[in-house]
Design a protein around this ligand. Structure first.
Ligand SMILES: [Zn+2]
Length: 122
């Protein structure tokens, strides 16, 4: 299965929405429709240049054959929240690097539940 250009367009618009909502001013966003193996999206940020490239998957795996608008919105939110935490990441990364990714995902997923479901647990 492939994602459509319509879905990519929606993803792009949600990325810009979340960048604004999360107060990500001064960042240049490049958003690409790309081949990704095991994720709906990925990001790659450059701290010095304040440039971030976000990729939205072209291909969907057999385990995840569909991607609806709500999931696309959440995916955009997820990647932009990584960017939001990126400045913090740059400053703390080297102290507890082995814990860093799970702590970051806990923050993102906690706030995601609040934003999209209005409460902490489903
Ligand atoms: Zn993530």
């Amino acid at each position: 299965m492939k994602t459509t250009s319509k879905q990519f367009k929606y993803f792009k618009s949600r990325c810009h929405h979340w960048a604004k909502e999360l107060g990500l001013v001064g960042w240049r966003l490049y958003i690409k429709h790309a081949e990704l193996d095991d994720a709906y999206a990925s990001y790659d940020a450059n701290y010095d240049g304040k440039v971030v490239t976000i990729k939205f998957t072209k291909n969907l795996s057999l385990g995840n054959p569909v991607l609806d608008d709500d999931q696309i919105d959440r995916t955009a939110y997820h990647e932009l929240f990584h960017v939001k935490l990126f400045e913090l990441e740059v400053t703390i990364k080297y102290r507890y690097d082995y814990l860093h990714e799970s702590v970051e995902h806990d923050i993102i997923n906690t706030i995601e539940q609040l934003v999209f479901n209005g409460h902490r647990y489903k």
